[in-house]
Ligand binder design. Structure first.
Ligand code: ZN
Ligand code: ZN
Length: 240
């Protein structure tokens, strides 16, 4: 379920980036942009079931709600470890954030287990998380999360990237950022024509365009996608 499909600019209908992944074994928050916890509450997600958080990168529009999440879990006296997966620098960043907010972002009765994703997929049970570097600051990653026989790919924030089609190849759902209208003015994000080229190569089953700035948020972006199954993502949309 999508909890946020927006950008760094506040929008009444689009919270910061985030999705809630419901697996039999536990639930995961993929990106924690501002407003995603509120969207989760609106959707009735059960924070007790959260097993971990995966961050595509540490820009505030993707990571800010990690702070109130940790505070909420601390207040609820969570006893199970919380897993945090992210790109290079995630462990030091979390340590600095927790130090700055001492003691409110440390769980009293459980650790936050941080792992930085590298070239090898991270696995737990049948859950696997493949990460590849994106063309974007903040330790940014593309992600492919596979479990229970299905795979969801995330572009994260990225400029044109040699790894994106690999991560999205034949994915059941591809969440792809589409932040700009024209690629040449936008080296750290994607424009519709670039997304279309990735889809031609990767052939995902279904694509939702997300991280939509107002100037690209409309049917014009979809017209650029040709024969591919593509929709504009919306907050609280459910898949699967
Ligand atoms: Zn962003
Ligand atoms: Zn970003």
């Amino acid at each position: 379920m999508l909890l946020g499909t927006g950008t760094a600019t506040p929008h009444p209908l689009r919270a910061g980036s985030g999705a809630w992944l419901i697996l039999e074994r536990g639930h995961w928050l993929v990106d924690a942009g501002p407003g995603t916890l509120l969207r989760g509450a609106q959707a009735g997600v059960d924070l007790e079931r959260i097993e971990g958080v995966i961050l595509t990168h540490r820009h505030p529009d993707h990571a800010a709600d990690l702070l109130p999440l940790l505070f909420a879990l601390r207040a609820r006296r969570r006893t199970a470890p919380l897993q945090l997966l992210g790109g290079p620098g995630t462990a030091q960043w979390l340590a600095e954030v927790q130090r700055a907010w001492t003691p409110w972002l440390s769980l009293r009765d459980a650790p936050v287990l941080v792992e930085e994703l590298g070239a090898t997929p991270w696995r737990r049970g049948d859950l696997s998380v493949l990460a590849r570097p994106a063309v974007h600051p903040g330790g940014a990653l593309h992600l492919r999360v596979a479990a229970e026989g299905r795979a969801i790919a995330w572009s994260g924030d990225t400029g044109p990237s040699p790894h994106l089609a690999e991560v999205a190849a034949k994915a059941d759902l591809f969440l792809c950022e589409c932040a700009c209208i024209e690629q040449r003015e936008c080296p750290k994000h994607l424009a519709p024509a670039t997304v279309r080229a990735v889809l031609d190569e990767a052939q995902p089953q279904l694509t939702w365009l997300t991280h939509l700035y107002p100037e690209v948020d409309g049917p014009e972006a979809l017209r650029a996608m040709g024969p591919h199954r593509v929709a504009l993502a919306t907050d609280l949309a459910r898949w699967g």
